[in-house]
Design a protein around this ligand. Structure first.
Ligand SMILES: [Zn+2]
Length: 240
């Protein structure tokens, strides 16, 4: 029984939460990918979006045009696309859902941190904002997910401070692990075996030349790790 709304007076601009209600899963994935790329550089090129989403560049162009028509992004000449305010809001909503789900699975259901990303990738498109808010409340409104990524607030604010990579530390520098990549379960299990978790203290002892291994100390234990691993661990420098 469809409600007859045609004659009802047109609502004024819908509040923030409702602007993106009808976005499909693929659209949400595009906005999330563009948001991510934009954080590292000024605009997202079609090729980078394609790479991130693992699809052909040709299909990206079509989708990008549609998203621009919907007012979710705009073209930057010679550079690529940028999210509009509405696009950014929609991206942050999806990111909030993803990260709250990960946190809930770990904190409330006892999942291990290496398996929640896959679940969240699927559920982020299905869960309602109300469900997400209740999940967040149930676990005490965490500010980060299990991998240390900041959880956007209900009204779309997010801590966007940039952190340096463990690979960028100089020998002798001590730092707090703030965040690790969440997509590779094997990496997460390995990091856990080294104790390289958010809030762990890590010191760079030595760096072998020519991108050789880094010798690090995690709490009291010493390990050698490759640069590729150290690039995926974000840290905040601690005072000497
Ligand atoms: Zn994730």
């Amino acid at each position: 029984m469809a409600e007859k709304r045609a004659s009802a007076p047109r609502q004024s601009e819908t509040p923030v939460r409702e602007t993106a209600v009808d976005l499909t899963g693929p659209v949400e994935d595009y906005l999330k990918a563009i948001y991510d790329i934009e954080r590292d550089q000024q605009a997202a090129a079609t090729n980078e979006i394609a790479q991130r989403l693992q699809i052909a560049p040709a299909s990206v162009s079509g989708m990008v045009r549609r998203l621009a028509e919907q007012g979710l992004l705009e073209y930057e000449r010679y550079k690529g696309v940028k999210l509009t305010a509405a696009g950014r809001r929609a991206a942050l909503r999806t990111i909030r859902r993803h990260r709250v789900i990960e946190a809930y699975l770990v904190q409330a259901l006892g999942y291990s941190w290496d398996v929640v990303h896959e679940e969240a990738e699927r559920l982020e498109h299905a869960a309602s904002d109300d469900l997400i808010d209740r999940m967040a409340t149930a676990i005490g409104e965490p500010s980060t997910d299990p991998h240390g990524a900041p959880i956007p607030t209900r009204d779309g604010r997010v801590d966007e401070r940039r952190h340096r990579r463990l690979s960028e530390l100089r020998p002798g520098q001590r730092a707090l692990v703030t965040r690790v990549g969440d997509e590779d379960p094997e990496l997460l299990r390995y990091l856990a075996s080294l104790g390289l978790l958010p809030n762990a203290t890590v010191t760079l002892d030595e760096r072998a030349p020519f991108e050789g291994p880094l010798t690090i100390r995690v709490e009291q234990a010493r390990y050698q790790v490759g640069t590729a691993l150290a690039e995926r661990v974000l840290v905040e420098l601690l005072p000497d």
